[in-house]
Ligand binder design. Structure first.
Ligand code: ADP
Ligand code: MG
Length: 279
């Protein structure tokens, strides 16, 4: 049976825009050993600021417009940032998301792809541009690299403080699809115990499984974009933010509206208080 005080805790959280779905989720939070975070949109702003555009063919305006056209159906923070910088010209067809890599579609009958280094490698596209520790979106048309759009992303306000609190009683992980050097830098900045970058969504599950196999009870926090499998596999899956997919909201144990990461230490406090009332 579920102690009545558990419901009191659940009710209090929902007033703050936090929805705890299972009656055992709060209890499981109080038992957690570790917490793993997604990076983009969860710990970092996801509101990328344009750092530079490197053009290999055509003009900068054309490159940005093509990127906006191709990305208009994506709700990834990268796509939204591109759409803040340029207006789509026409509608793409055959739109597909390339899990953990980017997107592809056809624009005016030509195959266009926008995504990361892993996407270029998967497509076998040659890249003469030097690697930089920033989020790069490569634009490919007809198998040819037209250029890249480079963004800087910053850690959200309140994240450092929240992580400091959580590190006091939990092991911390950062699991990200973004490139390794960038993920390591963010992890270091935040004092995270173990940062793992360059992960495809399936590989995030494998990284989580390694922790679960060590008998750690792991909480996973993500913005829900490409995160549903790992949200499902964790002991407590927390989906937060505004861009989350229905799938992630369905899979998560806890849904937090808005992007205030300070609510996570609050949830742990709540789970511990609730437990104190119980016993
Ligand atoms: P994360 O949120 O940890 O960055 P994701 O799985 O959401 O992980 O994405 C992994 C990587 O795939 C991103 O860092 C980005 O490089 C690339 N990517 C995903 N979606 C897009 C998109 N719509 N446009 C460009 N690149 C994308
Ligand atoms: Mg993400």
């Amino acid at each position: 049976s579920v102690p009545l005080s558990m419901f009191a805790g659940v009710g209090r959280a929902s007033k703050d825009g936090m929805f705890i779905k299972g009656s055992t989720s709060l209890e499981a939070l109080a038992d957690a050993d570790a917490i793993a975070f997604d990076k983009t949109g969860t710990l970092t702003d996801g509101n990328f600021t344009l750092a530079q555009v490197d053009v290999l063919k055509g003009t900068e305006e054309d490159l940005l417009a093509l990127a906006a056209t191709a990305e208009q159906y994506s709700n990834h923070p990268i796509a939204r940032s591109i759409l803040e910088k340029a207006t789509p010209q026409g509608t793409p067809e055959n739109y597909r998301e390339l899990s953990g890599k980017g997107i592809s579609c056809t624009v005016d009958g030509k195959i266009v792809a926008a995504g990361n280094d892993a996407m270029l490698q998967a497509m076998g596209v040659e890249n003469p541009l030097q690697s930089i520790p920033k989020t790069s979106v490569y634009i490919v048309k007809d198998g040819e690299l037209l250029g890249r759009i480079v963004f800087s992303d910053s850690v959200k306000p309140g994240v450092k403080e929240a992580l400091k609190k959580l590190s006091g009683f939990l092991k911390t992980y950062l699991f990200s699809g973004d490139k390794k050097e960038l993920v390591d830098a963010v992890g270091k900045e935040l004092g995270i115990d173990e940062s793992v970058g360059g992960l495809l969504p399936g590989e995030k599950v494998e990284a989580l499984n390694r922790a679960l196999k060590r008998n750690e009870k792991v909480v996973y926090v993500g913005d829900g974009i490409n995160d549903a499998p790992v949200l499902a596999k964790s002991d407590v899956g927390i989906a937060m933010g505004t861009g989350g997919s229905d799938m992630a909201i369905e899979t998560a144990d806890v849904v937090i509206l808005g992007d205030d990461i300070g609510r996570i230490p609050f949830l742990f406090d709540l789970s511990k208080q609730t437990r104190k009332i119980c016993y």
